[in-house]
Structure formats: C-alpha cells, structure tokens
Ligand binder design. Structure first.
Ligand SMILES: *Cc1c(COP(=O)(O)O)cnc(C)c1O
Length: 421
C-alpha cells in the first residue's frame, strides 16, 4: 500500500493500531455477513433462479419471470409474505411515499414513534413545504411521538400515542442525527407496545441503511412493512436504481396498485435490463454491507485515537451503516470531505464545497465519488456545517478502498494542521 500511496508514516502506524482495535467488531460483522449470505443463497436456490431470470422484458412487461421471481427471493430473505422490488422506484423516498399512499386513506392517521421522519418525508406527509400532493392534502393526519433527550424511543408513551393510528411509523437509521439507530430488539419492543393498545395498526419501518446490519430484520420482529432503497444496502453497490417494499401480502398488493395503477398493480412494469444488477446486487449485499461497516469501524477507531468523538461506540449493537465523526470545526469537515473525495475511484479530482442545499438551515457539504449517482452504499461523507461539525460517513463497497479513502481524509487533516500525531 505505502509503495503506491505516500501516507505519513505516523498515520500508517495509527491506522495499524486502529485496525487492531476494531478487530473484534470486524469478526462480529463477518459473522452477520455470513448469515446474511446464507439467507440470500438459500432463497436463490429455493426459487430456482436461472439465467432466464436475467433476460429482462420491455413494453408492458407481462409475465416477466425475472421480476416476479425477484419479489419471491426478496420475500424469502426478509421472511415476509410478499415483496415488490422495482427499478421503477426512483429513490427510497419514492418507495416510502408509495407505501404510505398505498395503505392510508382519507380520514386515517399515521403516527411516527421515532420522532421526526427523514427530511424528504416531511413534504410527503405535508408538515413542510407547499403541501401539494402530500398526505395532508388527501386528508390523512399525522402525529409524532418525540424521542427522549437521549435520542431513544419514548417506550412508555407508545401505547397511548398509537391509539387510533392506521400506520405506526418507525425509522430504523439515525439519519442525519446523533441519535442511535434502532436495533431490531428496539423494534420488537415498539411492535409489542403498539399491539397492546392498537392490535390492527400497520407497523411500517423505514429500513434504509439497515438491511443486513443485524442477524434479523424488522420483519422478524413484528413489522408489517419494510421499505428501502436499492442504491443503499440491499442493492449491493450493483443495482443501478430502485427500491423495495416487503411485508404482508395484502399491504404489498395495495402498494403495487399505487406504484402503477388500480387494476394493473404488479402485473405490469417491464424490467428492461435491470434484473441482473438487482439479483447480483442482492447476492453481494451482505458482504458489501460488511465492507461498509468495517470501513466505518476503522474510521471510528482511527479518529477516536486522534481525539474525536465517534458514534456508534464499539460495543453498541449497530442498527445501520452510518458512522458519525464529530470533527468540531468547519475546517476539519472540509478537509475530511476533500480527502474522501480525493480518495474515491470516480471524480477524485474535484473538491467538494459546502452549499445551501434546499430544505436545510445551514450549509451542507458532501463528498462522494461513486459509480452510481448518489449511491451511499459507496464511500461517502456529508454533514451540515454547524455544531458539532459532524460528518456522517457511510459506505465503502470494498474494505480496501474504504480504508484508503479514510486514510486520504486523515492525511488531509494532518497536512492542514488539524490533527497532531
Ligand atoms: C436514504 C434514506 C431515505 C430515502 O432517501 P432517498 O435519498 O430518497 O433514497 C429515507 N430514510 C432514511 C433513513 C434514509 O437513510
């Protein structure tokens, strides 16, 4: 490595120590990855996946065997009755919006029990923006149970908060916040508390960034529907676009009618040439998630040794692939993101700058040099330019490249006098 890249010798020594410190985490990550791969491999075998599944279709896409079998594979992996896996979902937000509009009707209420939802969902719900096309405009109301001061679900308040709700909504990942991600055990507890006063509620989980991080998934713990993006974990860095909805059959059917239209549902929607990347991506996903998590664990160990606060802490059960590095100054954020960008395989020659991103109060800086536009299962870092000047790090589809990206970032901080060794 050092014959190709010229990192500071002291940095390389610190990196070797960090890798040693992270080794117990790596071992657990590998065990989870092995389990995830077993689930995926078994599902491919039992659904008798063949080369014909990769051929794709055009036009209306009737009888698209690759598309239909992928839904079955997905359902088997996530232990659900059904799944809808489509490149037609333009993003994770679109898949989440489809699920909400799919199951909610005028007069219904959704209640988020993990505080405010991910930013882009605010306009879908109608709590920010013009309200055009939002759930609110269709007469669907929204309630929210805030997190505690520690950023944890307010478990005791859940049974009352969910009374009368048609959808009880959970976000598994920390998103752009310092709260810890939900663990599957947390989700099980929330589901039980919900059922104690509202046995018929649809428990819906924003599963973005969570797939294959633990042995079990939310659908093993009482969730009725899970939703996510294919340019994150379950696309394995291979899927080119898309999203999924998995869960109870009748609910997935409702979502299919929303994605296309009533009467047609899942019977239409050609797969073009997207079947093979979606299959291969799912096949790769458990190990790619492991690589991303190792990259994050290495980064946290290195930056912790350099005196920065990093989350999650090593002995916590991780619920998503995000690592937070509190870098404490705008200069350090800029240097870190410049390094991540410079260490990327694509667009390594450009320098990220903080900008006024629509919908954010402070400037946001983002670094990503990816094969798939915006794919955050690939190494990427971003964050709002405000206290505590934290960067949110995700991805790394191979550990070797992820580690080099982190080292390039650390070297930038060193060169700019922002860390001492
Ligand atoms: C990425 C993400 C989404 C969806 O975002 P898109 O950019 O629309 O794919 C929703 N919730 C969480 C927690 C996410 O991480």
């Amino acid at each position: 490595m050092s014959s190709v890249f010229s990192f500071d010798e002291r940095l390389l020594a610190a990196a070797a120590e960090a890798e040693k410190a992270a080794r117990p985490q790596f071992e657990e990550i590998d065990r989870i990855s092995q389990h995830g791969t077993a689930k995926v491999l078994r599902a491919f075998q039992s659904q008798q996946i063949s080369a014909a599944c990769f051929a794709g279709s055009n036009g209306y896409g009737y009888d698209d065997i690759g598309r239909d079998k992928l839904d079955k594979v997905w359902a088997e992996v996530f232990h659900t009755e059904d799944a809808l896996v489509r490149h037609h979902f333009v993003s994770g937000t679109h898949a989440l919006s489809t699920a909400l509009f799919g199951v909610l009707r005028t007069g219904d209420k959704m209640v988020s029990v993990t505080g405010g939802p991910y930013d882009t969902l605010e306009e879908v719900i109608g709590i920010r923006g013009s309200g055009n096309g939002s759930l609110k405009e269709f007469g669907i109301s929204y309630g929210q149970l805030d997190l505690t001061a520690e950023g944890r679900p307010d478990f005791d308040a859940i049974p009352e908060a969910v009374r009368g709700a048609k959808v009880v909504y959970l976000q598994r990942s920390r998103g752009y916040s310092l709260r810890p991600a939900l663990t599957v055990a947390d989700i099980r507890r929330i589901a039980e508390l919900t059922r104690s006063t509202n046995p018929d509620a649809i428990i819906m989980v924003d599963n973005c960034y969570g797939e294959f991080v633990e042995y079990d998934e939310p659908t093993d713990a009482g969730a009725d529907l899970i939703i996510g993006s294919l340019i994150k974990n379950p696309g394995g860095g291979i899927a080119e676009t898309g999203g999924y909805i998995a869960g109870k059959h009748e609910l997935v059917e409702l979502c299919a009618c929303r994605l296309t239209c009533a009467g047609m549902g899942r019977e239409v929607g050609c797969s073009l040439n997207q079947c093979r990347p979606m299959y291969l991506g799912l096949f790769m996903a458990p190990e790619v998630v492991a690589n991303a998590r190792k990259t994050g664990a290495f980064a946290a160990a290195l930056f912790r040794s350099l005196g920065f606060e990093c989350l999650p802490v090593p002995d916590a059960t991780a619920g998503d692939i995000i690592t937070v590095l509190a870098l404490r100054s705008p200069e350090a954020m800029e240097a870190f993101c410049a390094g991540i960008q410079a260490g990327s395989p694509v667009d390594s020659y450009v320098t990220p700058e903080a900008w006024d991103m629509p919908g954010y109060e402070s400037k946001v800086i983002m670094a990503a040099g990816t094969f798939t536009g915006g794919a955050s299962i690939e190494l990427s870092a971003d964050g709002p330019m405000r206290e505590p000047y934290a960067v949110y790090l995700q991805g790394g589809i191979t550990y070797g490249s992820g580690k080099l990206g982190i080292l390039t970032a650390a070297q930038k901080l060193l060169e700019r006098g922002l860390i001492q060794l």
